[in-house]
Design a binder for this molecule. Structure first.
Ligand code: ADP
Length: 454
C-alpha cells in the first residue's frame, strides 16, 4: 500500500516536472521566434544597404555639382537622408540588433562624425549665393572628404550579412533540437500519464475488491455477534427461572433442615449449594444487564428519591454477604434528606457492586466505610475498604468488561469482571459519574456522583 503510494507520488512528481519543463521549452522557443521576427521586421542589413545606396547618390549629386552638370538643390536632401540612415543604425531597436550581432560598427561612428563636420558646408549650398567656382570647389572638397568610406561600409554590411546568416542557422539548429526535446517530452509525459492511469485503475479495482471483502467480513461479524447475543440471552433467561426456584427451594430446605437434622455436613453442603446458587444467579443477571446495555435496551426510570434511604437499604441487603465474609459496614449518612432525581434501583445496583467488591477484596474482620456526602449540587457516595487494593498497571482498565486483576481466581473471590463495567454504563445513563482511588496492599475507595435536586 505504502509502496504504491510512493510510486504514485514519484510518477506524479515526474509528470509535473515534465510538464513544467515542456512549458519552459515552449516559452524559450517563442522568445527566440520573437527575436527573429523583430530582426526580420527591422533588418539592419537592409538599412545598411540603403545607407550605402544613399552615400552613392550623395556622391553622384556632389560630382554633378562639382562638374556643374546639375544644380546643387538635391545635395542637402541626399545628405540628410544618408545621415538619417546612419542615425537609425545607431539608435533604438536596430542599434540593439547590431550590438547582438557583435560586428565592427566603427564605420558608423566615423561617418557620423564626418557628417557633423560637413553639415555646415552642405548648408552653404542651399542657403548662400556662391559663385560656380566656389561651389565646385566645395563640392570637390566634400566628395574628397567622403572618399574611403565605401570600402569600410561594404565590410560592415558583409559582417552584418554573415552575422545574420549564422544567427539564423543557430536558430534553425536550436529549433531542431527544441523540436526533438518537445517530441521526447511529449512521449515521456504520455508514458507517465499512461502508467499513472493504469496504476490508479489497478488500485481502484483492488480497493473495490477490499471493500467487498470488508463488507462480507462485517456482515459475518454482525451475524456472529447477533448469534452470540441471541444465544446469551436465551441461555441466561432459560437459566434464571429454574435457578431462582432452586435457590428459593434451597432456602426453604435450609430453614427446615436447621430444625430437624443436626448433621453439620448436611448444613455445610446446603450452605455451599445456596452460595453457589446465589453466585450463579448474580452472574446470569450480570450477563443479562451487560447484554441489555450493549444493545441500548436498559430502561431508566427517574423519580425524585432520598439517597439516604437508598444507601441504607442497599447496605442492609448486602449485610448477609458481608457477614459471610466476616466484614462489617460502617455507614455515614448526612442528616435530613438527600434528594436526587434518579433511578433508585440502578443506583442501588451500582452501590451493591461497590459494597460486595469491598467485602470480597478485603480480609475478614475489616470494616468497610460507606459515606454519603452532599457537595454543592452533587451527592457523593464513597465505599472504602482496607483490602488488597488494585495494582497501578491494572487501574486504567478496571471499568472495562471482563477486567479481572487476578483472572482465574477461584473460591469466594472469583469474579466475572462485569460488575464495574455495568456500574459505569449505568451511571452514564443516569448522567452521573463513577471513579476510584486505590493503593495496592492498602485498600480502595470506589465512588459515585449523582446530581442533587436543585
Ligand atoms: P465482579 O463483579 O466480578 O467483582 P467487577 O467488575 O466488579 O467484577 O470488578 C473487576 C475487578 O476489579 C475485580 O476482579 C477485582 O480485581 C477488582 N476490584 C473491584 N473492586 C475492588 C476492591 N474494592 N478492591 C480490590 N479490587 C477490586
Amino acid at each position: 500500500m505504502r509502496r504504491a503510494k510512493l510510486i504514485r507520488s514519484t510518477l506524479l512528481a515526474l509528470f509535473v516536472g515534465a510538464v513544467a519543463f515542456g512549458i519552459g521549452v515552449i516559452l524559450n522557443l517563442s522568445e527566440r521566434v520573437e527575436n527573429i521576427q523583430t530582426a526580420e521586421q527591422s533588418d539592419p542589413l537592409w538599412v545598411g544597404s540603403q545607407l550605402q545606396f544613399e552615400m552613392l547618390r550623395l556622391e553622384r549629386e556632389l560630382s554633378h555639382a562639382a562638374l556643374g552638370i546639375k544644380p546643387t538643390s538635391d545635395v542637402a536632401l541626399r545628405f540628410n537622408i544618408a545621415w538619417s540612415r546612419i542615425y537609425v543604425l545607431q539608435q533604438g531597436k536596430l542599434a540593439k540588433i547590431v550590438e547582438q550581432f557583435d560586428v565592427d560598427k566603427s564605420v558608423l561612428h566615423a561617418l557620423d562624425r564626418r557628417f557633423q563636420e560637413l553639415e555646415s558646408h552642405i548648408l552653404e549650398f542651399s542657403t548662400q549665393d556662391m559663385s560656380d567656382v566656389v561651389r565646385r570647389r566645395k563640392a570637390e572638397m566634400i566628395v574628397h572628404q567622403l572618399e574611403g568610406y565605401d570600402f569600410s561600409l561594404r565590410n560592415f554590411l558583409l559582417d552584418l550579412a554573415q552575422a545574420k546568416t549564422s544567427s539564423l542557422s543557430d536558430f534553425r539548429s536550436g529549433l531542431l533540437s527544441l523540436s526533438h526535446t518537445i517530441a521526447y517530452l511529449g512521449v515521456t509525459i504520455l508514458a507517465i500519464f499512461g502508467i499513472f492511469i493504469s496504476l490508479l485503475m489497478v488500485e481502484l479495482r483492488l480497493s473495490g475488491k477490499r471493500e467487498r471483502e470488508m463488507e462480507i467480513l462485517v456482515e459475518e461479524a454482525n451475524s456472529v455477534s447477533r448469534m452470540k447475543s441471541n444465544f446469551m440471552s436465551v441461555v441466561s433467561h432459560e437459566l434464571r427461572t429454574p435457578l431462582t426456584s432452586i435457590i428459593g427451594g434451597l432456602a426453604l430446605l435450609q430453614a427446615k433442615v436447621d430444625t430437624i437434622i443436626d448433621d453439620k455436613t448436611v448444613h455445610q453442603l446446603l450452605d455451599v449449594a445456596r452460595r453457589n446458587g446465589d453466585r450463579l444467579l448474580t452472574l446470569v443477571n450480570d450477563i443479562l444487564d451487560a447484554q441489555a446495555l450493549s444493545e441500548g435496551k436498559v430502561s431508566i426510570n427517574k423519580v425524585t428519591i432520598d439517597l439516604n434511604q437508598v444507601v441504607r437499604d442497599t447496605v442492609e441487603s448486602c449485610q448477609p454477604y458481608a457477614v459471610s465474609r466476616g466484614v462489617s459496614y460502617d455507614v455515614f449518612i448526612p442528616p435530613g434528606e438527600t434528594l436526587a432525581n434518579t433511578d433508585a434501583s440502578r443506583v442501588s445496583q451500582v452501590l451493591n457492586n461497590f459494597l460486595s467488591n469491598a467485602a470480597k477484596f478485603t480480609q475478614s474482620g475489616d470494616v468497610v466505610e460507606v459515606r454519603l456526602r452532599r457537595l454543592g449540587d452533587k451527592a457523593l457516595v464513597e465505599v472504602s475498604d482496607n483490602g488488597i487494593g488494585i495494582p497501578v498497571e491494572a487501574q486504567n482498565d478496571i471499568f472495562n468488561a471482563f477486567q479481572q486483576v487476578n483472572p482465574g481466581t477461584t473460591g469466594p473471590k472469583k469474579s466475572s469482571g462485569l460488575g464495574l463495567s455495568i456500574a459505569k454504563q449505568l451511571m452514564e445513563l443516569l448522567d452521573g459519574n463513577v471513579g476510584f482511588r486505590s493503593i495496592e496492599g492498602k485498600g480502595s475507595t470506589f465512588w459515585m456522583e449523582i446530581d442533587l435536586v436543585s
